[in-house]
Design a protein around this ligand. Structure first.
Ligand code: NAP
Length: 225
């Protein structure tokens, strides 16, 4: 599948390589391709990272969205609506959109607060802003490395949630999750379930502090019989 991955951060790069490894053609979308290519990632530039990432290319967000059969939103949660508008409503129309973003507001430092919660979610805001897009929330409950390598945690990686209003779109995303190695995909129902998935973040941040690592996940343990 041709995947438009909107997001050049840690998540965008991890997912790009992970999905390319599964045989997908990944086009990363960014606002300014030239500036992004020259971005210093520490040990290498973004352009060098691209060379070492077979199956992954970089394009303007609008170009990426236009060629993708499926779109991934891995942009900053505070900017996701702007970023998706920049990709272009027409380019996104009718496509499955996997939303992995979290609406974290760091304006008052750490820990961040949620800029939307309780009776709404970022995923639903995206769905309302782009009504023809088939939004599916998933992967936002684990750190980037775990998204693409759940087996590293043992116990099959724990639970990965999906939420969305369109059953076919959820099936497409669930297949991608299976491709990435997720064995326990838990369908939480309609997109309103994204509220809980996003509101898990304050607990996730406390768990990270308590365990001293971001590489963890939760597993559903229930009484047998
Ligand atoms: N870090 C994790 O392990 C993790 C885990 C789960 C979920 N998440 C969520 O995944 C998303 C990506 O996280 P991240 O840490 O990889 O990256 P990030 O730094 O949160 O976001 C970087 C991306 O956001 C875009 N962006 C930022 N400001 C923008 C604006 N004003 N207009 C348009 N686009 C804008 C950037 O676009 P350009 O390329 O154009 O600069 C870039 O693609 C976030 O929503 C985060 O909460 C992160």
């Amino acid at each position: 599948m041709k995947i438009a991955l909107l997001g050049t951060g840690t998540v965008g790069r991890a997912l790009a390589r992970g999905l390319a490894r599964c045989g997908h053609e990944v086009v990363i979308g960014t606002r300014e391709p030239e500036a992004t290519a020259g971005r210093d990632l520490g040990a290498e530039t973004f352009a060098q990272w691209l060379v070492a990432s077979p199956g992954v290319t970089l394009a303007a967000a609008s170009e990426a969205a236009a060629v993708g059969d499926l779109v991934v939103n891995a942009t900053n949660g505070e900017a996701s609506l702007t970023a998706l508008a920049g990709a272009g409503e027409a380019a996104l129309a009718g496509k499955v959109l996997l939303d992995v973003a979290n609406p974290l507001d760091f304006s008052n430092g750490f820990p961040p607060t949620l800029s939307v919660c309780n009776n709404d979610s970022l995923a639903e805001q995206i769905q309302r802003a782009f009504p023809s897009v088939l939004v599916v929330k998933s992967l936002n409950t684990v750190t980037a490395d775990v998204m693409v390598n759940p087996a590293a945690l043992g116990a099959a990686g724990g639970a990965m949630f999906v939420a969305g209003d369109d059953a076919t779109a959820k099936a497409v995303v669930s297949q991608l999750l299976t491709d990435l190695g997720w064995q326990s995909v838990v369908d939480l129902g309609g997109l309103a379930a994204a509220r809980g998935m996003e509101m898990y973040l304050p607990l996730w941040l406390r768990l990270m502090q308590a365990t001293g690592t971001a590489e963890f996940n939760i597993a559903i343990v229930r009484r047998e019989g």
